[in-house]
Ligand binder design. Structure first.
Ligand SMILES: [Fe+2]
Length: 186
């Protein structure tokens, strides 16, 4: 999604993007980060140079390690100033907010790519937002990353077919019933 923030836009409040997935964050400030404790990751790519004036994203460094009981404060946040070709990479547990745009004329364009684990629903319902013709016209990599395949072993099948087999109108194949690649073949 692209965020196009014009002059006068107010700042968002600090938040964690993984709130949609009801993550119960444990305090990892003493232990260090436990790999796998996040359920999503985001890549924020600026379309223009972002500044504290035009609404650069505010982020609280280290807050991905905080327990659910610690609220963020605005004075802990720093502005992620970026040039075009930079990228802000955030785990879903990082507190951040879109900054206010206090300029008269600048539009702050920021492209966000958000990824979640395959066993969670996507925030936007990509299955309704895109027609079969559109999805079939995409590259295999785009189809995969947009969720039009299984999350192994068995999340996301349709009529006991892989989503793309279904969309292409193929019949039920040998895979009927279980797509688990670790399954012993009979
Ligand atoms: Fe956010």
């Amino acid at each position: 999604m692209t965020f196009d923030v014009g002059p006068g836009a107010k700042a968002q409040r600090l938040h964690r993007d993984d709130k949609n997935f009801h993550v119960d964050h444990e305090d990892q400030t003493a232990t260090g980060y436990r790999t796998g404790s996040d359920v999503m990751m985001a890549f924020m790519v600026p379309g223009v140079k972002t500044t504290p004036e035009n609404g650069a994203t505010l982020a609280v460094p280290g807050s991905h390690l905080w327990g659910s009981d610690r609220p963020p404060k605005l004075d802990e946040a720093v502005a992620a100033e970026m040039d075009v070709t930079d990228c802000l990479v955030m785990l879903g547990g990082l507190y951040h907010a879109g900054g206010a745009n206090i300029t008269e004329t600048e539009r702050r364009l920021l492209h966000g790519m958000f990824f979640t684990r395959g066993y969670h629903r996507q925030e936007e319902n990509a299955y309704l937002a895109n027609s079969t013709e559109e999805v079939l016209s995409w590259s295999p990599a785009a189809q995969k990353i947009m969720g039009f395949e299984l999350s192994s072993p068995n999340i996301g099948f349709v009529n006991f077919q892989l989503p793309l087999q279904y969309m292409r109108g193929e019949g039920v194949g040998e895979a009927f019933g279980d797509f688990d690649p670790s399954q012993e073949k009979s």
